[in-house]
Design a protein around this ligand. Structure first.
Ligand code: FES
Length: 119
């Protein structure tokens, strides 16, 4: 079931419909945000398309053997579970939840606003 803390956007009917690059990463625009979807050993993961270090384009990066996404500019690697850079520089990449169910492939964007904060 989709977590109600997020607004869920359908990005494809099936995983097979997603056109991944050779690096298993693709970029989509969801709710005005540029987001990278990556096909990792653990399934689909999603993160901001822009590196928090100096704005590198994560779509042009790659996945390392541990399933981290590596920025192509200075090669900082980010963990998809918590967004933390595993190379220890202290940067965080925004991570988004992805859900695949019988209805399609969905990307979650955290709801914001005062009333959501109260829930
Ligand atoms: S811009 Fe991504 S690591 Fe520097």
């Amino acid at each position: 079931m989709l977590d109600k803390k997020y607004t869920w956007y359908k990005i494809a009917e099936t995983i097979g419909e997603l056109q991944f690059g050779e690096n298993n990463i693709l970029q989509v625009e969801v709710a005005g945000k540029n987001i990278c979807i990556a096909k990792t050993l653990n399934g689909l993961s999603a993160c901001a398309a822009k590196c928090p270090h100096a704005g590198g384009n994560m779509e042009a990066g790659f996945l390392d053997k541990n399933g981290n996404i590596v920025c192509p500019v200075h090669r900082y690697a980010f963990n998809f579970k918590n967004g933390r850079d595993v190379t220890g520089e202290g940067y965080y990449l925004k991570i988004y939840p992805v859900e695949v169910n019988e209805g399609g492939v969905f990307l979650g964007i955290a709801q914001s606003g005062f009333f959501n904060w109260l829930k």
